[in-house]
Every structure is written in C-alpha cells, then in structure tokens.
Design a protein around this ligand. Sequence first.
Ligand SMILES: [Zn+2]
Length: 175
Amino acid sequence: MAIREILTYPDRVLRQHARPAVDPASDEVRQLVQDLADTMYDAPGVGLAAPQIGVLLRVAVTDTRWREEDESPDLKVWINPEISRREGEAVFEEGCLSVPGIYEEIKRAASITASWYDMEGNRHTADFEGFSAVALQHEFDHLDGRLFIDLLPPIRRQLLKKRLRKQKKQQMQST
Ligand SMILES: [Zn+2]
C-alpha cells in the first residue's frame, strides 16, 4: 500500500505530455497502478491519472461505482488509452483531485469509443456513454497535460485560475 502525494494546480508536471508505457505488463506499470489505486481510494476520488502523482506515463485508473451505495469497488485500469470517436454533448459537474475545492459544469462528448491496454498487455476497444464517458475524457486529458478548468469559458477560467493561485500561495505561507 503506497499512498502518493497528489500534485495540485498550478504544478507544472500537470501540464506535461505523458509518454506511452512501453510494456503494459511490466512490474513498473503494475506498481504504478497499485499506487494510483491506493491514492485514488484514499483521497477519495473516482479517477486518477499517473501525472497527478508525478509519473509521466500514459496510465490512469477509475472507479465510478464504488462511492454509490451497495456497490463494491470496481477498479478499471487504462494503459496507453486513445479515444477514436466522440459524439454528442453531455454536461456534468466535474471536480479534480488536482484542483481541490472547484466543481464546475463541463461540456464534453456524450459518447466515445476508447482503446487501451490492460496489465496483461491485451488491447481492448469499447464504447462508453454518460458519466463513464465523461470520467474517461477527464482522466485521459491529464495524460496530455489538460485540466477540466481549461474547458471553461475564458472569463470563468481566468477568475478561477486567479483564485487557485491565491489559494496555493496562502497554503504555502501557512505551512
Ligand atoms: Zn482530474
């Protein structure tokens, strides 16, 4: 069990492009997935991407069920994911462990087709809709250095960024 520190805005690592995991079945990836899962469940959150714990590899985990009542954990692992189709529009309120305290309605594709590798090195392709589709778009964006606040209208985004920088400064002064 290893709970890692979650990097928060405006940490520059969050803005970098992650590189593909050369061998999805490697011990390195297995350890990373374990740390991501431990850190996500501890936070708690419904998704976490490797750059959020400072690892620039294209790996993310999600579990969009476990916080609902009577649902047991259902960890999903996404290695080198790609989205090949985006359709429609859906608006969900999103938050992010790397942008604490901010929840905003974000417009994304309502339906996607994604491909990814599992930890045995097998490639999968499937369609996703609704909250799952939104959660995947959010997590995969992290692998390209994008945050959900980037998708806000410019004026709203500027206000939030100012607020977040101020928050961070106050935190740093008080620790
Ligand atoms: Zn996030």
